[in-house]
Design a protein around this ligand. Sequence first.
Ligand code: NAP
Length: 543
Amino acid sequence: MTTPQKPDFDVIAVGAGFAGLALIHYLRDAGLSIRVFDKADDVGGTWTWNRYPGAMTDSESYYYCLTFSKELLQEWKWSRRYPDWKETHSYFHFVADKCDMWPHIQLNTEIVDAAYEQDSGHWKVTTASGESHTCKYFISAMGMISQPVIPKIDGMDRFQGPLFHSARWPDGIEWEGKRIGIIGAGATTVQMVPAMCDKAESIHVFHRTPNFILPAMQAPMTEEWEKEIKDNYDEIVAKCRNHVFGMAFDTADGRLAVETTPEERERIFEEKWTGSFRWVFETFEDLLADPEANRMASEFIIRKMRERIKDPAVADILVPKIDDYPLFAKRPPLDHGYLECYDRDDVHLVDIRDEGEPIVEITEKGVRTTKGDYDFDIIVLATGFSAYTGALEAFPIHGVSGQTLAEKWQETSKSIMGVCVADFPNMFIITGPQAPFANLPTSIEQNAIWITNCIRKMESEGYDVCVPKPEAEEEWSKHVAEVHNATLMNEGDKVHSWMMGANLETKPPRVLIYFGGANNYYDKLDESANEGFPELEFQNHVG
Ligand code: NAP
């Protein structure tokens, strides 16, 4: 038995987005020293990296924010229903300034290795410049959709112009008046095309799988709306905490699509077609679980989409067919005028499905498909992310046996409630694999509270090490898989859904998300904390 040396910090966290800032708040409040590293040159996480034209939130602004301070909620003014990345980015500065968080944040610092050292019971974290820092608790605040996927297409290094991933949009790049090729057509492209089409010379979107696209319906934040929100923030925060996707939505009051007459169903679908994901949750409760109800919703969306697209040949490419896959097996994008863009002469859709013209290679001048060459000045890869595990596998994170998370997760990615991983003592993850997919600030704060309470327990009871129990990991993973298999999201592997990691060429699809309801998940976190964290074994010695 050895007595641990004092580490440089109680806590080191990686990532200065919502998760990093939430951790600073909760852990500092608990009297712990914390340093948050980020390789970016600013706070903001996703909103520092995703600077493509049109980048904006798909959650409504007033609950896509941190809720730990009533003052923050009351003082910040959102300008509209869905703020763009610049506004969200300013919000991060507001929080960091107001809560005096900057002394805890070290930017422009990439972490390249993190290792648990059994002798000391500490984590050693190494930066790209070769410095190392130690801590008792190592926390990933790196985000669950942050590691870009770069597709393997022949000739990518041959293109003479700029070619980059949408989440690495170069500062100051002049794209106006240019011929733009966009590979990929998910939520990012659906935002990007309407924002670019007026100023680009032309846009070609290389499109593979159609999406169910829901309307966003942007709206300014009026004084009356803001007052209503600010007068009712406690209720809004509680709504998020108690919602299946962590959103401040109303429920569908137990209404089931399959038990509603066709006329009444149509009326409700139409009445609630007012923008955001609300439509999925406020119309009927069975849309994501019952195939028949899901089909009814899918048919409605298909009809709505086709009504807005003039050219039936374009609609055949853009709009899913009813038997393609269930609604939400792929995350639906929110639309700000995307579908109408294809009515323009300067916006083109290239069908790269097998029955269309698949991409063959990238050339010096552009993209070559099986049917011809397309010349561009700029190529954007809007090809998505390695969700949930990507950032955690991007540099080696070594557990007690020296094995890395990437090695452990090669075949399947297991965790305890998305926050702990067996073999990785004193390590926590904010929204790791097998946590829910939900309004992220809600989940992030719930995770940060659980982690803080766990650390409080360790510090107040004199523990040196918390060891996640392998049997708890097995149990959670089994539960997550059972729930997943009972939903329609389990068909995501048919359509390369990132929600199952089925968009990765390097790994088999897997169960990455807990679909048992974010509200139920938050209850489970609370229960775990109230019961003294039975998923962990606490030790008062190291080595
Ligand atoms: P995505 O939804 O995963 O879409 C990636 C696109 O790239 C798909 O159309 C995919 O086609 C295509 N693609 C991938 N590899 C390809 C290849 N080798 N050849 C041709 N096409 C390829 O990625 P995303 O649009 O970046 O969105 C990812 C997620 O990030 C969203 O679902 C959302 O959760 C989040 N996001 C959020 C916001 C927001 O909240 N404001 C905005 C943007 C993104 P297939 O579908 O055929 O694979």
